[in-house]
Design a protein around this ligand. Structure first.
Ligand code: NAI
Ligand code: 15L
Length: 270
């Protein structure tokens, strides 16, 4: 917090601001800082009150360094969000993450909230409950790129003291799309709660937390991340009947039903 601002992080950077989660968070985050700098490859529209619009491809190092100038904290959502050919993933998610952390180091950014993914551990089974202290089991190149981002965050904390909360987001959409998402779903309101908790928790160091609502059956135990203070208030339960009607039976031999990563475990080859 500065002498002239009431916000802990006066200037926030939101990458991936033109995407699904970026569009949901943008109006919510403008209220929580003096200036919200929004960035993406896609159409960001005009800058609203308290906003700066700075388009940038994440793989463009000079552009990303510029993006970090004067930034106190980052919500890093930008990048490829599904399983895709490795060469594309490398540019956006691996080189892009390096550029972001290096820019943060150069410009003194203090905290990063990194949109990781449940696909970092997608090859655990749906009949087991895991927590973030267990070894990663990525379910594709996308999951591997998120595991790289988490390791990069760990390194930038250990060496440079830049704090990160890695959000292993489950499925954040307006509603669960299938029966798997009854376990993995996170509402946009809970996403906002999770991001706000990740920014405002006094000491996070390097932390990893699964992003899900208060769903009745879940595969992830967030006990190791209690210090973040995330309290989900929504649940997938009201969507259960519709999801079961859409998908009345499950093929228990289908890898998408066996593993937590769902369809991602069998995506490709490209
Ligand atoms: P999205 O695909 O709608 O948004 C990602 C944004 O990143 C897009 O607007 C895209 O233009 C931008 N982008 C892609 N490549 C870029 C590049 N090279 N340079 C600059 N910008 C680039 O994805 P969504 O759903 O909004 O997810 C946001 C973040 O959260 C992603 O990192 C995703 O991997 C992660 N996540 C999302 C989940 C969800 O359920 N929505 C679940 C788990 C993780
Ligand atoms: C993700 O990481 C993806 O970004 C998102 O599109 C969803 O498919 C989600 O995981 C999921 O696992 O449902």
């Amino acid at each position: 917090m500065t002498a002239t601002s009431t916000h802990m992080y006066p200037r926030l950077l939101l990458t991936g601001a033109a995407g699904g989660l970026g569009r949901a968070l943008r109006p919510r985050l403008t209220k929580r800082c003096d200036v919200l700098r929004v960035s993406d490859l896609g159409n960001l529209g005009d800058a609203g009150p308290g906003e700066e619009v700075m388009p940038a491809p994440l793989q463009d190092r000079p552009a990303v360094f510029k993006l970090l100038e004067g930034v106190d904290a980052v919500i890093h959502l930008g990048g490829i969000s599904t399983e895709q050919p490795f060469d594309d993933i490398v540019q956006a998610n691996i080189i892009g993450a390096y550029n972001l952390y290096e820019g943060a180091r150069l410009h003194g950014t203090r905290r990063i909230v990194f949109a990781s993914s449940n696909h970092v551990t997608g090859f655990y089974r749906q009949d087991e409950v895991i927590d973030a202290t267990m070894p990663v089991r990525p379910d594709g190149y996308y999951g591997i790129s998120k595991a790289f981002g988490e390791n990069l965050a760990r390194f930038y904390f250990d060496r440079y003291g830049i704090e990160t909360v890695c959000l292993r987001i489950g499925s954040s959409f307006p509603a669960p799309k299938d029966r798997r998402m009854l376990a993995t779903w996170m509402s946009y309101d809970d996403l906002e709660r999770l991001v706000v908790a990740s920014l405002s928790s006094p000491v996070v160091g390097y932390s990893v937390i699964y992003g899900m609502s208060d769903n009745p059956h879940v595969w992830w135990d967030n006990t190791p991340a209690k210090h973040i203070g995330y309290r989900p208030q929504d649940s997938s339960e009201p969507f259960r009947a519709a999801a079961e009607a859409k998908q009345p039976t499950l093929d228990l031999k289908d890898p998408a039903v066996i593993y937590q990563g769902g369809g991602f475990v069998k995506a490709g080859p490209f």
